[in-house]
Design a protein. Structure first.
Length: 107
């Protein structure tokens, strides 16, 4: 986050910078902890990751400097256990679908 940015502003800025996608924020889905340890088991980093629901406006995903890949993935393919995912991406995707359905959006 940049100084003075809201969580949602940071999310849409990072999304555009790292994937080229332009979106509107639609609220916080959850907040995740990501703990990183060295080879001896000592904690080296603790990241707090807010997951923000967004509505796509435009753009096609293209990976930038902090993204290894950027692509549209059907939920059934994301959550089938065949992809290596970081920090509960599958659970965040499920929360996004639940939130969309609650808002009357078909998924």
């Amino acid at each position: 986050m940049e100084f003075g940015e809201t969580i949602e502003q940071a999310a849409i800025r990072e999304l555009q910078e790292e994937t080229g996608i332009i979106a509107e924020p639609d609220g916080v889905l959850t907040v995740l902890d990501s703990f990183h340890k060295d080879e001896t088991g000592n904690l080296t980093h603790h990241f707090i990751l807010p997951a923000i629901a967004c509505r796509w406006i435009s753009g096609e995903p293209v990976a930038a400097d902090d993204a290894a890949i950027a692509e549209w993935v059907p939920l059934k393919d994301l959550c089938n256990g065949e992809r290596e995912l970081i920090v509960a991406v599958d659970r965040v995707a499920e929360l996004a679908v639940e939130a969309a359905r609650s808002a009357g959006v078909s998924c």
